[in-house]
Design a protein around this ligand. Structure first.
Ligand SMILES: [Zn+2]
Ligand SMILES: [Zn+2]
Length: 100
């Protein structure tokens, strides 16, 4: 659960950040949502609203220097008992892997 947070700040290209470069970040042109059935939201005994989303959303972001990365995300429960998900995977590297 250490990799999950809802306070992720503005999106940026981590590759460019690590190289000390500046780049524009383009929003995903499409996203894929898994097709599970979300459990119904409810109010608990204290009147707190719960929404436990089962589906994750996957979207591909790009930067103006040609980097690509995929963000898999799921919103947290507003009551705070189930953390959100924000998982970043780089889908393409400007330097091809020499082992392939
Ligand atoms: Zn970049
Ligand atoms: Zn909850």
């Amino acid at each position: 659960m250490s990799e999950t947070t809802d306070e992720i700040g503005p999106p940026r290209c981590e590759t460019c950040v690590s190289e000390g470069e500046r780049s524009k970040v383009y929003l995903p042109q499409y996203s894929i949502t898994t097709a599970m059935i979300d459990p119904p939201p409810y109010y608990d005994e204290e009147g707190r609203f719960h929404r436990h989303v089962a589906n994750t959303n996957t979207a591909e972001w790009t930067c103006s220097r040609g980097h690509r990365w995929t963000v898999r995300s799921r919103p947290a429960c507003p009551a705070g008992d189930v953390p959100g998900l924000h998982e970043v995977t780089f889908t393409a590297n400007p330097d091809p892997d020499p082992t392939q």
